[in-house]
Design a protein around this ligand. Structure first.
Ligand SMILES: Nc1ncnc2c1ncn2[C@@H]1O[C@H](COP(=O)(O)OP(=O)(O)OP(=O)(O)O)[C@@H](O)[C@H]1O
Ligand SMILES: [Mg+2]
Length: 297
C-alpha cells in the first residue's frame, strides 16, 4: 500500500493540540529525536516497540527475532508480534503457520485476544503471536472497520501486564498493518542497512512516524536507529554510517549488527541466532544490542 494510507483525516481523534507544522517540516524531527538510543540505566518495563522501516529486506524480522531472543535470555518476558503476512518471524521462530487456531489476523479482524493466539517458543521467556498468509487480506478488510488503526493497540494494551517487552515486527509498507503497529507502541526501532539510499528511506520513515504521532499516537518516539548488515571492510558502509550518525546523532545505537551468514541461516532452522549459533558474531551483536536497549550492563 502507498503512503496515502496515512491520511491526516483518518477516523481517530486528533491529539488535543496537534502540531501540524511537524507533519510538513522535516526539521521537526528534532522533538522526537531528542534523547539517546541507549541509556545507562534500565528503562521501566513494560515496553512496546515496533521494528519498522517501509523498505523491504533491511533486517526488521531478523532484529525482532534475535533482539527478542536476547532480551528473553536476559530474563525479560518477551512477546514478538508478527504483523507481516509473509510470516517470517513466525517460521523463523519455528512455528508452522498452517497449523494454528489463532493468529494476528483473528486479533485484528475478529477481536481475538492476543493471549488466545500466543505460542511459546523454544527459548524460555520468548513468546510469539504468529501470522499467517490470511493477514494479507486484513489490509483490505480493515478499511471499512471501526477504529481500524487501533485494533492491535486494544489487544496489546490488554496483555501489557504479562510481558516486559513486546516487539512488533512490521511489514515493509506503510499500510493499515504498519499503522496498527505504530499505533500500538510507544517506541520504534528502525533497522537501516548501510547502503547508498539508506538515508532517504529513513528520512521518509521519520516524516511518516511524525504524521502518525500527530494524528494517531502522540506518545510515539524513535528509540533508535540500528545499523544492520554492517561490513566494516567496505568504505561505503562507513560513509553511510557516518551520514546516518550525522543526521540522527545519539539516536543511533552504539552497537551495529555485522553482516553475518549465520544470521541468514538461522531462520530456516526455526531458531534465533542465540540458539542456532550461540557464539557467532551475530549472536554476540544481538546480545550486546539487547543490553543497550534494556539499559543494563
Ligand atoms: N546481519 C545480517 N547478516 C546477514 N544476513 C542478514 C542480516 N540481517 C538480515 N539478513 C538477511 O537479509 C534478509 C532480509 O532480512 P529480514 O527478513 O530480517 O528483513 P526484513 O526487513 O524483515 O524484510 P521484509 O521487509 O521483507 O519483511 C534475510 O534473508 C535475512 O536472513
Ligand atoms: Mg520482515
Amino acid at each position: 500500500m502507498s503512503d496515502s494510507a496515512i491520511d491526516p483525516a483518518m477516523d481517530v481523534p486528533a491529539p488535543d493540540q496537534p502540531d501540524t507544522s511537524a507533519a510538513t517540516n522535516p526539521e521537526a524531527d528534532a522533538e522526537f529525536l531528542d534523547g539517546e538510543a541507549s541509556s545507562t540505566s534500565p528503562r521501566p518495563t513494560p515496553r512496546v516497540i515496533a521494528i519498522a522501516n517501509q523498505k523491504g529486506g533491511v533486517g526488521k524480522t531478523t532484529t525482532a527475532i534475535n533482539l527478542g531472543a536476547a532480551l528473553a535470555e536476559l530474563g525479560f518476558r518477551t512477546l514478538v508480534v508478527d504483523l507481516d503476512p509473509q510470516g517470517n518471524a513466525t517460521t523463523g521462530l519455528g512455528i508452522n503457520p498452517t497449523s494454528l487456531d489463532g493468529t494476528t489476523y483473528e486479533v485484528l479482524i475478529d477481536g481475538l485476544g492476543l493471549e488466545d493466539c500466543v505460542e511459546p517458543t523454544e527459548v524460555r521467556n520468548l513468546y510469539l503471536a504468529p501470522a499467517s498468509r490470511d493477514l494479507a487480506g486484513a489490509e483490505v478488510e480493515l478499511v471499512p472497520m471501526m477504529s481500524r488503526e487501533t485494533r492491535l493497540k486494544r489487544a496489546v494494551d490488554a496483555v501489557l501486564d504479562d510481558y516486559d517487552y513486546i516487539l512488533v515486527d512490521c511489514p515493509p509498507s506503510l499500510g493499515l498493518l504498519t499503522l496498527n503497529g505504530l499505533a500500538a507502541v510507544s517506541e520504534v526501532i528502525v533497522p537501516v542497512q548501510c547502503e547508498y539510499f539508506a538515508l532517504e528511506g529513513v528520512a521518509l520513515l521519520s516524516n511518516n512516524i511524525e504524521l502518525v504521532r500527530t494524528n494517531l499516537n502522540p506518545s510515539l518516539e524513535i528509540t533508535g536507529v540500528l545499523l544492520v548488515m554492517y561490513d566494516s571492510r567496505t568504505k561505503l558502509a562507513d560513509q553511510v554510517a557516518a551520514e546516518i550518525q550525522g543526521h540522527f546523532g545519539s539516536k543511533v545505537f552504539r552497537n551495529k549488527i555485522p553482516r553475518n551468514v549465520r544470521l541468514s541461516e538461522a531462520p530456516s532452522h526455526g531458531q534465533p541466532i542465540t540458539v542456532f549459533d550461540s557464539s557467532s558474531r551475530g549472536a554476540v551483536a544481538y546480545r550486546e544490542l539487547a543490553r543497550e536497549v534494556a539499559g543494563v550492563s
